[in-house]
Each structure stands twice: as structure tokens, then as C-alpha cells.
Write a protein that binds this ligand. Structure first.
Ligand code: TYD
Ligand code: MG
Length: 446
């Protein structure tokens, strides 16, 4: 019995079903199925030769600098030849901009083929002028068909390929629309084969859906070697480039940029930037130290606690986990007797950062207590530490790195978990070890 040629696929996770479904049993998405052609008749293309590990030369792992330090760092020290890098992010966040800027360094490798399915060459030229990039080695190709791209690539033999964006590219061999899971998988796979065969880096730009996943996400993330997400608020000039998958490096590195009139500028000292507009001696503001990859980052956490005018108080968390706020509010209520039950509580990490690390618990708790009691925390003081359910302060990793960074920025006093005090020696910053939140709050809000 021959199988039907048509199948239905979830456009967000790639789950396939012979029937149309209203809800995806895999990812739970509603109304995400659309018709795709079943790919049949995969052909074997010769047999691969087995090789001894010791015989493989490591030179294939050579890295090339994009000459953007923050991007190199996020990539794990530069671009690896033959690697496929996916850059995802909301529309307008700066994906095309960072790629274009990186070409300044990458044109050293030779010709760059910049495939643009979204913008005309004129539009790209205007942007390149703005970014002060002019090179004969950058070849623009306004093409959306995969077959066309591959044939041009074979002709001009580029040393780097950029696809902007994968959602606009389609293969004529598939009947489904550009941007569908089938098309994205087919195009990304063919392009990846080309990159691996010629040992050239391939950059793929991908848009992100409302839910925060790259459209056709899982399929694409499996195909590529490195996934970088560009994060940031539209209304805020700061942009964070985060590695979420990296076959050639660590996944917790970040790069920090600021969007300016002439493109993205690297931010060498993000802590300074994030603290630059901090109001002094205002209740509800506290500085804590988070660790992003290998980098300590001083950030300001703000809280606003006001009497609620509704039956159910509001709790709003921006940049931190909502459940964490609820937990810390419960701890403050129970252990310190702060009556937060009838209060609206807003917590915000300044600068549009998103932090997902228990080390900032103490910062959040201190900000809430400070706003509630309307008492300020001294300007030169910081705090960090994980808060347990019984109000105990738990030690966190790499306390020394964090304290050093704070000392570098002129902080005078740190309130940290007692078990973390041993790690600091010889710095002229006053470090106070505390065993629980109660002690910490007493010292911070004198
Ligand atoms: P872009 O790279 O086109 O975003 P994406 O490719 O992710 O959709 O960036 C677009 C935004 O960046 C746009 O709103 C304008 C802003 N921008 C600047 O502020 N300065 C610049 O030099 C450039 C090139 C863009
Ligand atoms: Mg773009």
C-alpha cells in the first residue's frame, strides 16, 4: 500500500502527523499544523571513509576573528571554518547589522556572498554606508531560491556565506511555502552540506516567533553548529548576544552591544553602563552581581512596593523569574514579618537584562524590603546570595570574581553569604558575611 504523499507538520516544533490536528501533541501549540510534502526517495551518496582520530589534523578547527571582540567571544573565540551559525532574534533587533559589521573582519578570508531575501541591494548599501563598510569582496545576491543560491555559490566560490533570512528562502523541489518547517529544514540542510564540503563558515539569520522561538525552531537548531540569540528591548539601546548552543565553545558566554547611529558598538565594561543611571539614595534600588558566562556583571535591581487597591495584589517581574519573586516575598513575609500580602510588588532589572541565576535572590529581597520600609541602601554597597526557603543565605559560585568586579567599580561594602567570605583576601572592600536574610536586611537597611 502506498503511503500518502502529504503529511501535516507543526510549524513550531516539526511534529508530523498524517492528519491535520488542531493542537500539537508534542509542543502543545494551537493551530500550528500545515500541509507539507513527504520527502521520499533519499539517495545514498557514496560511502564515507572511516578515519583514525589521531590522523585528523586540528587545523580544520582554526578560528577566524570577526574583529568584533564581543562576537568572537560569544562564538567561543572566533568563527570556525565549515561551521554553521544561526543568529536569531526579534525583527529589528540588529541581526543584519551585526552580520554586516562582522564582514569587515571576515572579508580577510576572501569573497563573502551575502544573500538577501528581505532587502534590496540598495537598502543594504545604505546600511553599509552608515556602518562605514565598503569592500569589493562583499557580493550581494537578492535571491530567494535555494537552487539559485547554490548555483551562484558554485560559480563565485565564496569564502563566507550569509543568508538573511532563512525564512525567505525556498527550494523549488518542495511545494510548501517559504518559512514552513519543511522548507527551512530542506534549505538549511542543503546549505549546511555546501558549507561543510567547502569548509567555509555559513551564517544563517532566523526570525523569532512571538513565543520567543526561532520559527521552525527545533529543526533548525539541530542542524546548525552554533545558535546565537540577540536579545534586548526595542526601547533600549543595549543588545545582548547569547550563545544557546555551541559545538565549538561554551554556551554561557554573552556579548554586550549598544545600538548607536553608526551601528552596534561593543560595550567593554557592561557593569559601568548598567549602573550609569542609578539613582542614589532612593528606596527600592540595590546593586547585585550576576555572572554571565565567565563575566561578572553588576546590575541594579529596582522594586516598587505599594498598597494594592484591588483584592488580588499585583506581582510584576521584568527580567527575573516571576515565581522567584513570589517565593522571596513569602520568605520576607514569614521570616522578617514584612506584611507584603496586601501589596502590589513590581521588580525590574535595569537595562533590559534578563537574569536567571539564584545569586541575585538577595538583591531582589533587599530591593523589595527597601521599598517596603522606605529605607535606602547605601550607594557603595552591593549584595548577592541565594536565599533558601527558611531564609538562609546559601553560598554561590565564583564569589571572588564577583567581589573583584564590584571593587573595580568602586564599591565599598558587600553583604554576602557567610560561606563566601573565605574567598576574598587582600582587597580593600569591606565584606560582611551573613547567615540569613534577616541579618542581611538589618545590615543593608540600617
Ligand atoms: P536590523 O539589523 O535591520 O535588524 P534585523 O535584521 O534584526 O531585523 O536593525 C534594524 C534597527 O537597527 C533599526 O530599527 C534601526 C537600527 N539601527 C541603528 O540604530 N543604527 C544603525 O547604524 C543601524 C544600521 C540600524
Ligand atoms: Mg534584517
Amino acid at each position: 500500500m502506498s503511503r500518502s504523499k502529504v503529511l501535516y507538520q507543526c510549524q513550531s516544533c516539526g511534529y508530523a502527523s498524517p492528519k491535520w490536528l488542531g493542537k500539537c501533541p508534542d509542543c502543545g501549540g494551537w493551530n500550528s499544523f500545515s500541509e507539507e510534502q513527504r520527502v521520499t526517495g533519499l539517495k545514498r551518496q557514496g560511502t564515507a571513509e572511516p578515519v583514525a582520530l589521531s590522523e585528523i589534523s586540528a587545523s580544520t578547527g582554526a578560528r577566524y576573528s570577526t574583529e568584533i571582540k564581543e562576537l568572537d567571544r560569544t562564538l567561543g573565540g572566533g568563527v570556525v571554518m565549515g561551521s554553521v551559525v544561526l543568529i536569531g532574534g526579534d525583527p529589528g533587533i540588529g541581526k543584519s547589522t551585526i552580520i554586516l559589521q562582522s564582514l569587515k573582519g571576515l572579508t580577510k578570508l576572501g569573497k563573502v556572498l551575502y544573500v538577501s531575501g528581505e532587502e534590496s541591494p540598495e537598502q543594504i548599501k545604505i546600511r553599509a554606508d552608515r556602518l562605514n563598510i565598503a569592500s569589493d569582496e562583499i557580493i550581494l545576491l537578492p535571491e530567494t531560491s535555494l537552487e539559485g543560491i547554490i548555483s551562484v555559490a558554485q560559480k563565485i566560490n565564496p569564502k563566507v556565506i550569509v543568508i538573511d533570512s532563512i525564512q525567505t528562502i525556498f527550494s523549488i523541489e518542495l511545494p510548501s511555502a517559504p518559512g514552513s518547517v519543511g522548507q527551512i529544514r530542506e534549505c538549511a540542510t542543503k546549505l549546511m552540506f555546501m558549507a561543510k564540503k567547502n569548509s567555509i563558515p555559513l551564517f544563517i539569520i532566523g526570525h523569532v516567533t512571538k513565543e520567543g522561538a526561532i520559527a521552525g525552531p527545533k529543526v533548525l537548531e539541530h542542524i546548525v553548529d552554533t545558535v546565537l540569540y540577540f536579545e534586548g528591548d526595542k526601547g533600549n539601546p543595549f543588545r545582548i548576544l547569547r550563545a544557546v548552543k555551541n559545538r565549538f565553545g561554551s554556551t554561557n558566554e554573552i556579548g554586550v552591544f549598544e545600538m548607536q547611529g553608526s551601528g552596534l558598538k561593543e560595550v567593554d565594561n557592561p557593569s559601568e553602563l548598567f549602573l550609569s543611571e542609578r539613582p542614589e539614595n532612593v528606596p527600592g534600588s540595590v546593586v547585585t552581581v550576576s555572572l554571565e558566562g565567565t563575566r561578572p556583571l553588576l546590575v541594579e535591581i529596582q522594586a516598587l512596593v505599594t498598597a494594592s487597591s484591588f483584592g488580588v495584589p499585583r506581582r510584576t517581574a521584568i527580567g527575573v523569574d516571576y515565581n522567584r519573586i513570589n517565593l522571596l516575598v513569602a520568605v520576607l513575609d514569614k521570616r522578617l514579618g514584612l506584611h507584603l500580602g496586601g501589596m502590589d510588588i513590581y521588580v525590574n532589572v535595569v537595562g533590559g537584562l534578563k537574569i536567571d541565576e539564584p545569586a541575585i535572590d538577595m538583591g531582589i529581597a533587599a530591593a523589595i524590603a527597601s521599598s517596603f520600609k522606605n529605607k535606602t541602601i547605601e550607594a557603595g554597597t552591593f549584595t548577592f546570595g541565594e536565599v533558601g526557603l527558611s531564609g538562609e543565605m546559601r553560598a554561590i559560585s565564583q564569589a571572588e570574581t564577583r567581589i573583584k568586579e564590584a571593587a573595580k567599580l568602586g564599591f565599598k561594602k558587600g553583604v554576602v553569604p557567610a560561606n563566601n567570605t573565605g574567598s576574598v583576601k587582600g582587597s580593600d572592600i569591606e565584606i560582611i558575611g551573613v547567615k540569613n536574610v534577616e541579618e542581611a536586611i538589618q545590615i543593608l537597611l540600617f
